[in-house]
Design a protein around this ligand. Structure first.
Ligand SMILES: C[S@@+](CC[C@H](N)C(=O)[O-])C[C@H]1O[C@@H](n2cnc3c(N)ncnc32)[C@H](O)[C@@H]1O
Length: 309
């Protein structure tokens, strides 16, 4: 489905620090997996910690003899501390490692930003499929968080100018670092502020707006998994009483900033598409919206464009 990104990426390698035997890693892995199963956590996360977090070489580990030596970028003691935090505090493994794979990027994350989700990756494919990789113009990612969408967009649309906005200074700091470490720092302008507010100079000029805004109804947040409700920033989750506060604002304000025919694309919570389509229709400023489903079959994105009136 996705086209290959055409812009180059620079990637930082992590240094190797520790030598262990295959037998030691197997024993550690077995114990950690038992803890995961007992705690209702997917044991595959143990392998993620080993392969991504400690740079364990898969084949050598799988095929090695018990006495064979392996290199890890983190000690087993450090991994044990991580795993205890994972089981005890339900801290997401992505925050423990400080990074997450997203499309072909490796993004730094901290509890200041939402962990970018796999389903959000499709927002870049939608742009490539509907606009083509040669699209230029000025594009914005509102509520950029870790910068995932802005970076994906900068890779996908090599001729576009990208602006990324977030009201969180901490999130923006991380998003900037992510852009720098992937060689995209000069492609994206970052702004601190609320939604379109920092983009007054771009009024009427934007080719497209992308956003994955906070959309969870406030009352549902305490009932989410503890990994989410206790660890991810509520600023990134809380969509107000009905979950639609930010979406409503984006429907109302975007026509002032988009050029005629400018693209409006948001991620939503499954089940919100009828309400969002109604808001778009009531505004009178948009073409008939299209609801796009994710791989699990849930309504996940709403796509439209401003009309030419
Ligand atoms: C659901 S997260 C999305 C993060 C990232 N775009 C992603 O897809 O992983 C929503 C983001 O919107 C930001 N946000 C919340 N209210 C905002 C506002 N009024 N103006 C700008 N950004 C806001 C949060 O700080 C958070 O980074």
């Amino acid at each position: 489905m996705s086209q290959q990104p055409r812009c180059q990426e620079r990637h930082q390698a992590q240094g190797v620090t520790v030598e262990v035997t295959v037998a030691q890693v197997r024993a550690w892995r077995n114990q950690a997996r038992s803890g995961a199963l007992a705690g209702g956590i997917d044991p595959a996360e143990v392998d993620w910690l080993l392969y991504e977090g400690a740079r364990l070489e898969r084949l050598t580990f799988r095929l090695g003899q018990p006495g064979d030596r392996l290199s890890l970028s983190r000690s087993l003691e450090e991994l044990t501390q991580f795993w205890q935090q994972r089981l005890g505090d339900r801290t997401p493994v992505q925050y423990l490692l400080g990074s997450v794979p997203w499309r072909n990027l490796n993004l730094l994350v901290s509890p200041a930003v939402l962990i970018p989700r796999p389903e959000t990756e499709a927002i870049i494919d939608i742009i490539l499929e509907t606009q083509g990789a040669d699209s230029a113009g000025i594009w914005v990612d509102l509520g950029t968080g870790s910068g995932a969408i802005a970076l994906g967009l900068a890779q996908a649309l090599c001729h576009a100018k990208i602006h990324a906005v977030d009201c969180s200074a901490e999130a923006l700091k991380l998003a900037r670092s992510n852009a720098e470490r992937h060689g995209l720092g000069d492609r994206i302008q970052f702004h601190q502020g609320s939604w379109f507010d920092p983009l007054v100079a771009q009024q009427g000029q934007l080719a497209g707006m992308l956003s994955n805004p906070p959309y969870i109804p406030s009352g549902e947040i305490p009932h989410l998994q503890p990994e989410v409700s206790h660890h991810e920033p509520h600023l990134a989750l809380d969509g107000g009483d009905d979950g639609l506060t930010a979406l409503r604002h984006l429907v109302q304000t975007a026509p002032q900033y988009l050029q005629p025919g400018g693209l409006w694309l948001v991620e939503i919570m499954s089940g919100q598409s009828p309400a969002v389509c109604q808001l778009l229709q009531d505004s009178g400023n948009y073409e008939v919206p299209q609801v796009i489903h994710d791989f699990a079959g849930h309504d996940r994105f709403v796509l439209t464009q401003t009309n030419h009136r």
